[in-house]
Design a protein around this ligand. Structure first.
Ligand SMILES: Cc1cc2nc3c(=O)[nH]c(=O)nc-3n(C[C@H](O)[C@H](O)[C@H](O)COP(=O)(O)O)c2cc1C
Ligand code: SF4
Length: 694
């Protein structure tokens, strides 16, 4: 590594550095100098078409380059047709036809000032997203618990196939104008399956000892180096701790790194922890969860190290560099949530970074529709929503906008209209902003949702939005508002009768889950049945957890086959672990519920006899009802000049991301001057103001 003069600060953190000096300082890897030490980690977007890169993927990466990162390592691309799924969602780096598309991406990223490396992988035995198209390969024919089909144990022919696939793919990345490639040997993919004792049972030269297990990686790197020469960066991504029984340990990783260093084929290491299904850590994990373990390897290695996993805040990133845990800071989700992360650090406004809240609802549960983000609706629609950025001067008359409701739809509508230069007042009926997010955040694993609300609140203050709390507005009040545009974001409340055809339980005494979350008194109960509505989602789990915290005996009953049916995969283990520790019991596929004296009878699928559960209280997930009275009344009333729009749950109760997306869609129409309410065509000149979206 050729580094900047301040590299030595890793050993002397108290010297007079400005707040983010190390993070923002350049660094050289191989022959490539990066403008700073912030790296967009490989982020598979799913914006592909039959193995080819799509415009949206290019836009996603370019936007992060424009946002100031030093290096973009693009989402994993497959090096072999055996490691592709039938939908061909992975970019096929082994096919020369991909080069023109990748070249466009590389050129645009370069034009925006960042360097670009392409990540290369072979998934081996791990396929979770779709049905594998070819014959999955692995060191040993051991089936993954994540995938039903056993892989083929590789012979000599397949070993050549794999090394040649990596080399050819690296050659294509170089042809496409990338500055380097990263060989994916982490997350228990093929090369990591070779590295780990648990998955490599070979008795030939590719197993047995750590050196044997590292042999395929080393041979792959030799082939890649031979294909790309020495003026091209080659890095390796490793999980330094698999966090599994007999998986790779830090000590073994140190040995592997030593072997790689002796070979001299590698320019950098990107280090992580965890295996497939567990390496994207949710908010139940602490910030910087892997740093200590990464630091152990970094301190023993001469190679520059990129650290990763739950690094979100500039201060934490700078600290990690100064402590010497890493030379570069890698982030995926923090940069999904706010592409301008680096720009905001550079302009010394880190408090204005829109936080990633670690829920993974839209970025990891995305496989069908491509990457999304709960707090950033531009993700996936970058070219539509993000055509202009920054707080550009207003070039059209400013409107007086009244936003009614301080949940995410109202807050985001207020933020976006204020960024467009309008004069905005937000009215919230309660004393606190956040709406239903305040309830969602009651789950300890989702407490970070409040950071998003705090961010929006601070942004509104910064943008001069007038926020009025404790102010309920009915239709008469609204008619009196002196404004040009009303945004109705009145949200939803718990349904009293239940929003499904099932109706609700009367006996034993029941309370709606919504009311429980709102603080209903449960002091007279001991044995509580929490009746899920079949969605297997967070609200039921949150209710059960809160009841356990106050020492109730809790049983969850769901008609779904799982109590975590819609929880993102990478949160499932943590959630189940938590409810198990809290002694929560659960019954799945419970299809009939009948009350008896002192409890409930539950009939489970496949059982001839119902099971009797003691219960003195039933907590029911009855769903939510939109607070639509205001906009429904307005739609029958002629208000005169103000036009109105309704956004978020008051139309149909959905996720936070839907609320935020509604707000973004409305603001885009406003920006383009194409907005009109159904009944009142917008009666103002076309708006030429620029959106301040980022
Ligand atoms: C949507 C998404 C796609 C990802 N795709 C890849 C990938 O293709 N290759 C890879 O090595 N890691 C991938 N990762 C993992 C990230 O590179 C990163 O290691 C992980 O998200 C932890 O970092 P973070 O906490 O900053 O998000 C992906 C993560 C996300 C959220
Ligand atoms: S969806 Fe959630 S976890 Fe994923 S990047 Fe956005 S805020 Fe972060």
């Amino acid at each position: 590594v050729t580094s900047t003069p301040i590299r030595g600060f890793a050993q002397s953190p108290t010297s007079g550095l400005s707040a983010f000096e190390m993070l923002l300082s350049p660094i050289t890897i191989g022959h490539v100098t990066l403008r700073n030490r912030v790296v967009l980690l490989p982020t598979g977007t799913g914006y592909t078409n039959r193995g080819r890169v799509e415009e949206e993927d290019i836009a996603f990466n370019v936007r992060r380059a424009e946002g100031g990162v030093g290096l973009i390592i693009t989402g994993g691309t497959t090096t072999d047709s055996s490691s592709q799924n039938r939908g061909r969602v992975f970019i096929e780096a082994y096919d020369p036809d991909v080069v023109p598309g990748l070249r466009v991406r590389a050129e645009k990223v370069h034009a925006a000032g960042a360097m670009i490396f392409g990540q290369l992988f072979n998934l081996g035995r791990h396929h979770t997203s779709d049905v594998v198209a070819g014959v999955p390969l692995a060191p040993s024919a051991l089936r993954s618990h994540l995938y039903p089909f056993a892989p083929m144990a590789m012979g000599e022919r397949e070993i050549s196939q794999v090394t040649e696939g990596f080399a050819l793919s690296a050659h294509h990345m170089a042809e496409a104008g990338c500055d380097g490639v990263e060989i994916h040997a982490a997350h228990s993919y093929l090369l990591a399956q070779f590295l780990a004792r648990s998955t490599n049972r070979r008795t030939d030269g590719y197993g047995g000892t750590q050196a044997g297990r590292a042999r395929l990686l080393i041979e792959t790197l030799r082939s890649v180096r031979a294909a790309v020469g020495h003026d091209f960066v080659v890095g390796v991504r490793l999980s330094v701790d698999d966090e599994t029984v007999n998986g790779t340990t830090v000590e073994e990783s140190l040995e592997t790194v030593g072997l790689l260093e002796n070979e001299g084929t590698v320019d950098y290491l990107s280090l992580a922890v965890g295996v497939r299904g567990k390496y994207v850590k949710d908010a139940s994990n602490p910030d910087g969860v892997a740093l200590e373990r990464i630091g152990l390897v970094k301190r023993e290695s001469k190679l520059p190290v990129i650290a990763s996993q739950r690094i979100r805040r500039p201060g934490d990133a700078e600290e990690a560099l100064r402590r010497g845990d890493a030379d570069l800071i890698g982030m995926s989700r923090a940069l999904i949530a706010d592409p301008d992360w680096v720009n905001k650090v550079q302009s010394n406004t880190p408090a204005r970074i829109r936080p990633c809240v670690g829920d993974m609802q839209d970025c990891r549960n995305h496989l069908a529709g491509g990457l999304g983000c709960m707090v950033n609706p531009s993700v996936g629609r970058q070219h539509v929503l993000d055509s202009s950025r920054g707080e550009l001067p207003v070039t059209a008359p400013s409107l007086r906008v009244a936003v009614i409701g301080g949940g995410p739809a109202g807050l985001e509508s207020a933020r976006r209209t204020a960024l467009q230069g309008h004069d905005v007042t937000l009215y919230e009926a309660t004393s606190r902003l956040g709406g239903q997010v305040l309830l969602a955040a009651l789950n300890p694993a989702r407490g970070e949702f409040l950071e998003y609300i705090s961010f929006l609140e601070a942004e509104l203050a910064h943008l001069g939005v007038n926020v009025v709390t404790n102010r309920h507005l009915d239709v008469v009040d609204v008619a009196d508002l002196r404004c040009d545009l009303i945004v109705i974001a009145t949200g939803a409340t718990g349904s009293t009768q239940g929003d499904t055809e099932r109706g609700h339980v009367d006996s034993p005494p029941s309370v709606a889950l919504w009311d429980l979350l709102g603080g209903a008194d449960v002091s007279n109960s001991n044995d509580v049945v929490v009746l899920d509505d079949g969605s297997g989602d967070w609200p039921t789990l949150t209710g059960a957890i809160l009841l356990s915290h106050v020492d109730r005996n809790v049983t969850i009953v769901t008609s779904s086959s799982s109590i975590v049916r819609t929880v993102p995969t990478e949160s499932v283990a943590g959630v189940l672990d938590n409810v198990e520790k809290l002694d929560v019991r659960w019954l799945t596929s419970a299809t009939a519920v009948t009350p008896f004296e002192g409890g409930l009878e539950v009939l489970r699928a496949g059982w001839s006899e119902p099971e009797r559960l003691r219960a003195d209280l039933v907590v029911e997930e009855r769903g939510r009802t939109p607070n639509d009275e205001l906009w429904r009344t307005l739609s029958k009333t002629s208000l005169g000049p103000p036009v109105w729009v309704a956004v978020g749950d008051c139309l149909s109760p959905r996720d936070i991301s839907h609320a935020v997306r509604d707000a973004a869609d409305f603001a885009l129409k406003l920006q383009r001057g194409t907005y009109s309410s159904k009944d009142e065509p917008m009666d103002s000149p076309p708006l030429l103001v620029a959106s301040g979206d980022s």
